[in-house]
Design a protein around this ligand. Structure first.
Ligand SMILES: [Zn+2]
Ligand SMILES: [Zn+2]
Length: 175
């Protein structure tokens, strides 16, 4: 959803509150697309701090289907969103991108809530996603999901993460 910032920029001290619906149904991540399982509107508070500075606060929660780090089964993962940003509208778009050091979410006078939320999701991204604490992962040799069945491969010392890196690598080769 786009929020028009024309009105709020006219009056210093003005405050606006918006419940912004997210349009996206999936999140485009570095290693692929993650379906959004649940989303709720982003409650945004935008304040004109004067001198064309805007303070943008927002909170929401998105649930994404993210593959388990070990077995790659999709796990419904809560991504809490709670952010506060200052945007200097005196800067042009290029300067703003550099100042914020992230994907820009304001184009002209439009705040693109989806883009803003995407960059915040990266910030809140979980360091670890497991389907369960004791997930057995995939066999390094044959790729069997060891939570579901066993295989006859000899155990190896290969780091289980190597198998996933290999898989990601293979995905890239297919493209
Ligand atoms: Zn797992
Ligand atoms: Zn195996």
């Amino acid at each position: 959803m786009q929020v028009d910032l024309h009105d709020i920029l006219k009056i210093d001290g003005k405050k606006m509150q918006v419940n912004a619906e997210l349009e996206m149904d999936q999140f485009h991540g570095t290693f692929g697309d993650y379906p959004i399982v649940r989303k709720s509107p982003v409650s945004l508070e935008i304040v004109n701090k004067g001198d064309r500075n805007l303070q943008i606060k927002g909170s929401s929660e998105v649930v994404l289907a993210i593959p388990c780090d070990r077995c790659l089964e999709e796990v419904d993962t809560r991504i809490p969103l709670d952010f506060e940003k200052e945007v200097d509208m005196k800067l042009d778009e290029e300067e703003r991108v550099q100042a914020l050091d992230e994907q820009y979410f304001i184009e002209g006078y439009n705040l693109d809530v989806d883009k803003l939320v995407c960059s915040e999701m990266l910030v809140s991204w979980p360091s670890k996603v497991l389907c369960k604490e004791n997930c057995k992962g995939l066999c390094n040799t044959c790729g069997t999901n060891l939570n579901l069945k066993t295989c006859d491969c000899e155990p190896t010392d290969l780091d289980p993460r190597m198998a996933q890196i290999q898989e990601i690598f293979n995905k890239f080769k297919e493209v």
